[in-house]
Design a protein around this ligand. Structure first.
Ligand SMILES: Nc1ncnc2c1ncn2[C@@H]1O[C@H](COP(=O)(O)OP(=O)(O)O)[C@@H](O)[C@H]1O
Ligand SMILES: [Mg+2]
Length: 352
């Protein structure tokens, strides 16, 4: 089921928290609403499922305008961040709840509950109460309840946020598998970029009630539309340093180089101020654009090492290098930049 938001805005007590949001989620697609806490992800999700009314604009499921349709008539499955299970009901009854509301026949309900419980590997837990389950098990029950009526639209609000790291990683691929197997159109709200990247077809990156960019995980990483997107996506984060462009050369603090062809074609005004974005993998020993500095921190991370390289002007770049640490704190080094993966931003922060 295709989901479309047209010019959707939301006010709480005359404070605008969502502004003219446009979003198209294709049938069968899983999209992430990603962004910092308070940017409006949950509010957007709740307008799609009908828990919140919209102040302006329209919500469409396929050709159907559901803007004023109550939640129970939208055929959406929702998993809340808190799971919101009924503590006094057994797992089987929790899962059966949406079917009972629809007054489905007893045998049908039992059959569907058993089937979805098997899919989520919780068939042995059906007689327990939520309080007797681990966080991961509760999460599966909440998901089973959302999926049991085979919803066309699956809405997930930080569903993995309460889980331990190991289980969270396992559930990422599990959730994605179920979404693909059921063919549902899904929206995943998360503040965790790794989750958004690994689970979703596309990412809508939100900031202060607006969408900054919608793109595939690789596009949004390689071609961020602006500095906000570039700094939100990528871990360890990108570093910025300012410089000037003239005659197809970028002059930064202590280094200069010829612009990549893509930028030469962009015809940047002579002597204009440009910000350079350097991801940690774009700064490595032995690359062709030389950059000198002092090693300001060394953080071994097992498979790789993160270094901080301080430039003569005090600017700090980051470098992630495979293997254990080979350089020492305070050491002066001459490393290099990878021209093709450098990012450039104009003075208002837009990507060039
Ligand atoms: N029911 C509400 N009443 C008033 N303000 C709200 C309500 N729900 C959310 N907000 C405000 O709307 C903004 C977006 O919140 P929310 O959608 O929960 O953000 P996110 O899910 O991205 O963390 C925040 O400033 C929040 O304080
Ligand atoms: Mg939220």
């Amino acid at each position: 089921m295709e989901i479309r938001l047209e010019q959707v805005s939301k006010d709480f007590d005359s404070v605008r928290v969502i502004e003219d949001l446009e979003l198209l989620v294709h049938d069968g697609e899983m999209i992430a609403l990603l962004g910092p806490s308070g940017c409006g992800k949950t509010t957007t999700l709740f307008m799609i499922c009908g828990i919140h009314t919209v102040t302006a604009g329209r919500v469409l499921f396929g050709d159907r305008d559901v803007t004023h349709v109550p939640p129970q008539e939208r055929n959406v499955g929702v998993v809340f961040q808190s799971y919101a299970l009924y503590p006094h009901l057994a797992v089987a009854e929790n899962i059966a709840f949406p079917l009972r509301i629809r007054k489905e026949a007893k045998e049908d309900v039992e059959h569907k509950v058993r089937k979805i419980a098997a899919t989520l590997h919780i068939d042995s837990l059906l007689t327990r109460r939520p309080g007797q389950l681990s966080g991961g098990q509760q999460q599966r029950v909440a998901l089973a309840r959302a999926l049991v009526r085979d919803p066309a639209v699956l809405l997930l609000d930080e569903p993995l946020a309460n889980l331990d790291t190991g289980l969270r990683l396992e559930m990422r691929s599990e959730l994605r598998r179920i979404q693909q197997a059921t063919g549902s159109t899904a929206i995943l709200v998360t503040h965790d970029q790794a989750e958004a990247m690994s689970m979703c077809d596309r990412i809508a990156l939100m900031n202060e009630g607006q969408i900054e960019q919608i793109a595939t995980p690789s596009e949004i990483y390689v071609r961020p539309r602006n500095k906000f997107v570039a700094s939100f996506i990528g871990s360890p984060p990108i570093a910025f340093c300012s410089g000037a462009v003239s005659e197809n050369m970028f002059k930064g603090p202590g280094f200069k180089f010829e612009l990549p062809e893509r930028l030469q074609a962009a015809a940047i005004k002579p002597d204009s101020a440009v910000t350079l974005g350097i991801r940690p993998e774009a700064l490595q020993p032995g690359l062709d654009i030389p950059v000198s500095g002092m090693i300001a921190f060394v953080e071994p991370q097992g498979r790789e090492t993160l270094y901080g390289l301080q430039l003569p002007d005090g600017n700090m770049l980051r470098s992630v290098q495979a293997g254990g640490s080979r350089f020492k704190l305070g050491e002066h080094v001459r490393w290099g930049l990878d021209r093709e993966s450098l990012l450039f931003f104009d003075p208002d922060g837009s990507g060039i």
